[in-house]
Write a protein that binds this ligand. Structure first.
Ligand SMILES: C[S@@+](CC[C@H](N)C(=O)[O-])C[C@H]1O[C@@H](n2cnc3c(N)ncnc32)[C@H](O)[C@@H]1O
Length: 262
């Protein structure tokens, strides 16, 4: 896929006809378009794992070069666009609803989330250890961070699982998606803060792991990804999505690059 830079002013060039968003399917779409199509306060929970344009610029080094080049083919988002998505997420969340925002070390240290602190308050932090040493100019990265942001009013009364550790260890299969996040943690979080039939959203869904978890827990889901090439009228099984991603990455030699890096 060719590289696309996305800003708040110029979202990805996805044709208008694509933008009829359906529930409980893996579909192609633009994050901001999807969010803008939703009514106020309709969702209990959002996951947001943006594809940072700035970070991809820094990644072409070391023995992970091939995989990072593969990652850099994904459409990317400018910082203004990411903030605009966060503000839309705050709008579509119910009061005290949660936004689970993935960040890397740089984003955490630079406190990107504070740019939207007026509408999404940071109430917790979970460090994810993926047991796979990556790159880093000083310490070697081993996972990412999940910021728990909450639309005011801030309260912990709607958090029902107090056994979730703030250090979460889980390996992921990155053949599913180069940025796949830990599905065990995602499922636990959905169960902690939503009830059956609540709406969970993921506007940059990648391998659609959140859809899979939401289905298992009988929650409603709406989400999209700009790199999802096929439109689906029928709910698509996650196994099918995974097989398609695997085929796509095998074709591009991504599987071999992944093997070499691990
Ligand atoms: C970090 S990955 C998400 C990975 C996902 N959390 C998972 O577990 O598979 C970010 C995703 O954002 C998508 N993306 C980039 N720009 C987008 C946009 N404007 N709208 C929707 N998705 C976008 C990319 O295609 C990529 O799959």
């Amino acid at each position: 896929m060719s590289h696309q830079d996305v800003t708040a002013e110029s979202p990805t060039a996805i044709p208008r006809y694509v933008q009829a968003f359906a529930r409980n399917v893996a579909q192609r779409g633009d994050a901001l378009e999807l969010l803008r199509s939703l009514p106020d306060a309709c969702a209990a929970l959002a996951f947001f794992d943006p594809q940072h344009r700035g970070v991809l610029d820094k990644l072409a080094f070391g023995n992970e070069g091939a995989r990072q080049r593969e990652r850099s083919r994904l459409p990317a988002m400018g910082e203004d666009y990411i903030d605009a998505c966060c503000r839309e997420i705050a709008r579509v969340l119910a009061p005290s609803g949660y936004c689970m925002r993935w960040v890397d070390t740089y984003g955490l240290c630079e406190a990107h989330h504070l740019r939207v602190a007026d509408c999404l308050k940071c109430v917790d932090l979970i460090a994810w250890d993926n047991l796979r040493p990556g790159m880093g100019k000083r310490s070697r990265r081993r996972g990412d961070y999940l910021l728990v942001l909450q639309r005011p009013p801030v309260t912990a009364r709607n958090w029902r699982d107090h056994g979730i550790p703030s250090r979460w260890v889980e390996k992921v299969d990155r053949r599913i998606h180069p940025h796949a996040k830990p599905i065990g943690l995602i499922e636990r979080l959905i169960a902690a803060v939503t009830l059956p039939d609540d709406l969970v959203i993921d506007p940059a869904a990648g391998g659609f792991g959140v859809l899979d978890a939401a289905r298992r827990l009988e929650r409603e889901f709406i989400g999209c990804d700009a790199a999802q090439s096929e439109l689906s009228d029928e709910p698509e099984s996650v196994a099918k999505i995974c097989r398609r991603w695997q085929r796509r990455y095998r074709r591009k030699g991504f599987g071999r690059a992944l093997g070499a890096a691990s």
